[in-house]
Design a protein around this ligand. Sequence first.
Ligand code: PMP
Length: 440
Amino acid sequence: PAVHEGILRRQSLRESAARTYARSLPIVPVGARGLTIEGADGRRYLDCLSGAGTLALGHNHPVVLEAIKKVIDSGAPLHVLDLATPVKDAFTTELFATLPRQFADNARIQFCGPAGTDAVEAAFKLVRAATGRSGLLAFTGAYHGMTEGALAASGGAEDVRVTRLPFPLQYRCPFGIGGERGADISARWTESLLDDPKGGVPAPAGMILEPVQGEGGVNPAPDGWMRRMREITASRSIPLIADEVQTGVGRTGAFWAVEHSGITPDVMVLSKAIGGSLPLAVIIYRSELDTWQPGAHAGTFRGNQLAMAAGTATLAYVRENRLAEHASSLGARMLARLRTLATDHSCIGDVRGRGLMIGVELVDPEPAPLTCGTGGATEAPPDPVLAAAVQQECLRRGLIVELGGRHSSVVRLLPPLTLTDEQATAVVDRLADALAAAER
Ligand code: PMP
């Protein structure tokens, strides 16, 4: 405990005021395996943050460790810029084998790096170069990263021209309607802006969307709406960029979340789980877009051999063990249990998710609930204070959860896809206890 306290104290003195997770999760991980993290204080935690959704196989999965060791033992160079290597060849081959056929058959890959936000920037540069246009379309509640372009598309920087369109929320629908009607209005809004030569955005370079918004509070895009967006962009020759940084590699119950709606995007942005816990980010895109010049997107760290080896092992394991299907069925059971929990807790405003990407939105049921549009759904205000309290109560009970959403009122679960039924039960039980304690 003394070591633990010392590390936390020094960190709080030395690290930036912008530090994030370390504030709400004052733990000092020293060991980890699968779902479990061990702290320097000897406590064990069930980790449903999973490196912000990175650890598809949990911590230190044997196949990942083995793959990393193999590269090290082989004496292969670890740093190779973007040169061709057997490790990279194996990674690219495995990655392409997981992609929807109609996309992979005519696609190119650009190694970016090392983070998701780098790949988002590359995607923007690619569609700008290919179309000769500059503006971008993004959605309310989106999160694409922390560099300037990605931040602008996330609503956090104003110096890149991004037009924001309403994401079709089912809960707290911006039109007060929700359901198919809300999604229809979002699509019509988009069309009207694109077709309006004065005051609209007739010639954007591309549209970026998340099939399930993660940081935005776990908001799954309806499949029909995804298809509408694909039609709207295709018919106007606007490249569609699917940001699958968080939704990829089985997380939502399909290997890639675009498979749910069956759409083929023009560009896919991939990171997090593809590196098997090490930094790796790529874009994959329709080969016709490959019009940029050599060196148009460079960078020193685009060839992390250990990340590629760890990624190859992870992708193969998820594919061979059908972990996307597992995430789909186990996620559905967890959602059902959490919805049952909602009947006993009026502070649960909504439970939603896809696969093992789950969100529980907490509300303050005390003030008079607002009546939402003609749908008649009542929506109490979001309760970020309660959400923060629930996160702390979870931590006390040995459960690590993330908060998200516009108001930080959504408790998010992103467990490894290797989660077992028993572990899922333990996670929901601890969350239920934490809710009961925080509510008092
Ligand atoms: N896109 C999405 C959908 C994300 O969830 C994130 C990270 N949470 C990013 C992009 C940015 O990735 P990174 O933090 O690795 O830059």
